[in-house]
Ligand binder design. Structure first.
Ligand SMILES: [Zn+2]
Length: 488
């Protein structure tokens, strides 16, 4: 019995009961420090943070749920997960009583271009937007400043939306890394390699050199994984793709790439390879391996899926971006059911507009049902699995993140179940997929640290970040108008 138990058993007036329920461990610690219950307090193991009164969705192999659950964190790891009896076994100065809210693994966004937040909602429905808006704007405006400003905004958006780890592809990823380090999130950051001149490199080889430097700089960072990010198979030569594949295996770093995304890509690759699909082409040149994470994977057939499985590569499924651009629907459900490493992503904020995976849930479930003409085709549990453990597997990080289990890194989010749109919760997975939105994320914890409490980010100045982003927006408007286009 701990001093907490004794406190619980004392006859107490209601107002004191409320204080005790909120500050139980603090009071216990204070009393223990007076020596009154020191003999009892020694029985409880010391932790750093305890989350109590939680509906815990562990997302472990058995998908265990604890309705009155507790999660115990020490340093940056989870040291216990279970029912309320754990409260007797552990004590901590920091106790987060979540009053029945949903506690689950932090969401993992497997594909984005975070710095593009500064271009969000521009020319959304212009058919040739890529050539009329995105490429000209990028040619003029991508810089270290733009990358930092956009990444800061995207980081805040993701953390507030429950994303604790993300995989990014853009330019000057060392600038993105600084923003990730500061806010305290976890990320895989891939420097883009492309055969055209871009702001951070004059050609693909220079892009590879840039990435090698970035890898050296960040290879030992506890929360940041540097990576190669060849833009796509059709925007790089076979030689570049082979070189990247070889270097990634030597350095043991991920390769992130858009793959099997568009008709144009399919056509260019077929012409280059005697009719092979993008996936089959990558396999034929020896570049389909366990380090690869393919984003989109819309244009894949049975044979491609077999190759994907054999290679053990990961897949990023970006539903809202794919349907907004009318590119098609990836057979993601089929890949998931066939044990492909597949997780949810948002794509960049110009493609899907939101960076919060939670806002993808609804669309992922509904579109796969529609495509399969089956209301039961995509149960909510599968969607949540693809946002957590599936995404961790896609990034080959399943030993570290993706579920709430002893020994895993403490990346945890708390979802408000008292918000009107979340009442009632009969089935937590269903409520998350069909009722929740990113504004329902109440607290976010990464690497054992509370980074957002009651929607307030504790590590960076959100107002300042928004102000900087809005100032940059003026530059974007001016550039669009000067190029003879319309801000629309
Ligand atoms: Zn993308």
């Amino acid at each position: 019995m701990t001093c907490c138990d004794i406190l619980r058993q004392l006859p107490i007036p209601p107002f004191l009961g409320l204080i005790i329920s909120m500050k139980r461990t603090l009071l216990a610690t204070a009393i223990a420090s007076l020596g009154l219950f020191s003999a009892f307090s020694q029985a409880a193991e010391q932790a750093d943070l305890i989350i109590t009164d939680a509906m815990v969705l562990t997302m472990n192999q058995d998908k265990t749920v604890y309705e009155n659950g507790t999660v115990v964190i020490k340093d940056n790891k989870i040291i216990a997960v279970g029912d309320e009896s754990l409260e007797k076994k552990y004590q901590a100065d920091n106790v987060l009583d979540v009053d029945g809210d949903i506690v689950m693994p932090g969401l993992i966004n497997t594909h984005t271009h975070v710095s593009m937040t500064v271009f969000r909602s521009l020319a959304d429905d212009v058919p040739d937007r890529l050539h009329r808006y995105i490429f000209p704007l990028e040619a003029k405006l991508v810089s270290r400043d733009m990358v930092r400003i956009g990444a800061n905004l995207g980081n805040v958006e993701m953390l507030k939306g429950g994303v604790t780890t993300y995989a990014d592809m853009y330019y000057f990823e060392d600038e993105v890394a600084k923003t990730v380090d500061k806010i305290g999130m976890r990320a895989i950051l891939g420097e883009t390699i492309i055969k055209f001149p871009v702001a951070s490199a004059k050609n693909a080889d220079a892009g590879i050199d840039y990435t090698l430097n970035f890898i050296e700089q960040y290879k030992d960072h506890p929360r940041i994984t540097p990576a190669f990010a060849p833009h796509g198979p059709y925007t790089n030569t076979t030689e570049t793709l082979q070189k990247v594949a070889k270097l990634s295996l030597e350095k043991d770093v991920p390769v992130m790439m858009h793959l099997a995304e568009s008709d144009r890509e399919q056509q260019v690759i077929a012409e280059r390879s005697n009719g092979l699909s993008p996936v089959a082409y990558m396999e034929s040149i020896g570049a389909l391996n366990k380090n690869l994470v393919g984003a989109h994977m819309i244009l894949v057939d049975e044979h491609d899926i077999e190759l994907v499985k054999k290679s053990d590569m990961g897949v990023a499924h970006n539903m809202s971006a794919n349907i907004k651009s009318a590119k098609g629907v990836s057979p993601a459900l089929k890949m998931y059911d066939e044990d492909v490493r597949i997780g949810l992503g948002t794509d960049g904020p110009m493609s899907g507009n939101t960076l919060s995976t939670i806002d993808e849930f609804n669309q992922v479930a509904k579109v796969h049902k529609l495509v399969n003409k089956d209301r039961a085709a995509m149960p909510p549990l599968k969607v949540i699995d693809m946002a957590t453990m599936g995404a961790a597997k896609a990034l080959h990080m399943e030993d570290k993140i993706g579920s709430l289990e002893v020994g895993k890194l403490a990346d945890i989010i708390v979802i408000d179940t008292k918000a009107p749109n979340m009442v009632p919760v009969y089935n937590p997975y269903s409520a998350l997929v069909y009722s929740a939105n990113s504004a329902n994320v109440r607290h976010s914890i990464v690497d054992g640290k509370l980074l957002m409490k009651d929607r307030q980010i504790l590590t960076v100045d959100e107002d300042q970040i928004r102000k900087e982003a809005l100032e940059f927006t003026d530059v974007v408007r001016k550039t669009v108008i000067e190029s003879g286009e319309v801000v629309q």
